[in-house]
Design a protein around this ligand. Structure first.
Ligand SMILES: Nc1ccn([C@@H]2O[C@H](COP(=O)(O)OP(=O)(O)OP(=O)(O)O)[C@@H](O)[C@H]2O)c(=O)n1
Ligand SMILES: C[C@](O)(CO)[C@H](O)COP(=O)(O)O
Length: 233
């Protein structure tokens, strides 16, 4: 049996949000975005421990106003992130002390992840060792050059929009990050690093509601989804 360790990323700056408060700490209804995300993992029976990654200047706030205030008892470490998302994951990986475990990487800015998604991606990774959440794209996607000229139209039936959680054995994700670090490769998700070491990566169907809160309009979408979910409780 694997233990399941979450790396929860909250060390970004939220520049695209254009707000004075870092987006992870902005409120959605009753609590900060990061507390919503933590809630889902804290209450999930398959999750054993959580490592939160934060910025140095927000460490104290994260510890006192998020972890202690909402009593997230599964959080056993808070580590300092790096300049890029990938560095933040690598910093957290270095403190995962369990040998034989699955590492579940999740964006703190995706508070609408559901227990169903977490269960399915972990169960899949137990078998495949590398499993990520994604949804088929709905729009037509084109490759465009720097002069804004269309270069080609991609085959939509082959395109998936990738989300988190992304789950790997500790051995695979560590090897992938070490190789990327050595070769100065910077990817926009962890799976791209795993692909580079020749490991196949499996897709589990996510949800169009599992959005990453990136810009102001995402906040309105998240509020509407949460309002509907609360009304159904
Ligand atoms: N150096 C970084 C950059 C990002 N993240 C985290 O990775 C997730 C996805 O990143 P993104 O949405 O791009 O967040 P930001 O980097 O904060 O946003 P922006 O690019 O607009 O500044 C977020 O939960 C963010 O906190 C991180 O832990 N460390
Ligand atoms: C990992 C990710 O959320 C998958 O969609 C995404 O690539 C993160 O990108 P960002 O630029 O760090 O938001």
């Amino acid at each position: 049996m694997f233990d399941n360790v979450v790396i929860l990323l909250a060390a970004g700056q939220g520049k695209r949000m254009n707000s004075d408060t870092n987006k992870q700490y902005m409120h959605l209804f009753d609590k900060p975005i990061l507390a919503h995300t933590l809630d889902v993992f804290q209450n999930h029976p398959l999750i054993d421990e959580i490592i939160v990654v934060t910025r140095q200047e927000e460490l104290d706030f994260c510890q006192k106003e998020i972890v202690e205030r909402y009593n997230f008892s599964k959080v056993n470490r808070i580590v300092i992130g790096g300049k890029e998302r990938q560095e933040s994951v690598f910093n957290a990986l270095r403190v995962v002390d369990k040998e034989n475990c699955l590492v579940v990487v999740h964006d703190g800015a995706r508070p609408l992840v559901t227990p169903r998604i977490i269960s399915e991606v972990i169960e899949n990774a137990k078998i495949t060792r590398a499993s990520i959440v994604a949804v088929p794209v709905k729009d037509t996607i084109k490759r465009v050059n720097s002069s804004k000229l269309v270069v080609e139209t991609l085959k939509r039936e082959e395109l998936w929009a990738v989300q988190t959680p992304q789950v790997f054995t500790k051995e695979i994700i560590t090897k992938a990050h070490e190789r990327a670090d050595r070769e100065n490769y910077l990817g926009t998700d962890d799976a791209s690093l795993v692909e580079k070491i020749g490991q196949s990566v499996n897709i589990v169907l996510g949800s169009y509601e599992n959005i990453k809160i990136t810009t102001q309009e995402d906040l309105d979408i998240a509020i509407n989804i949460l309002r509907r979910r609360k009304a159904c409780e």
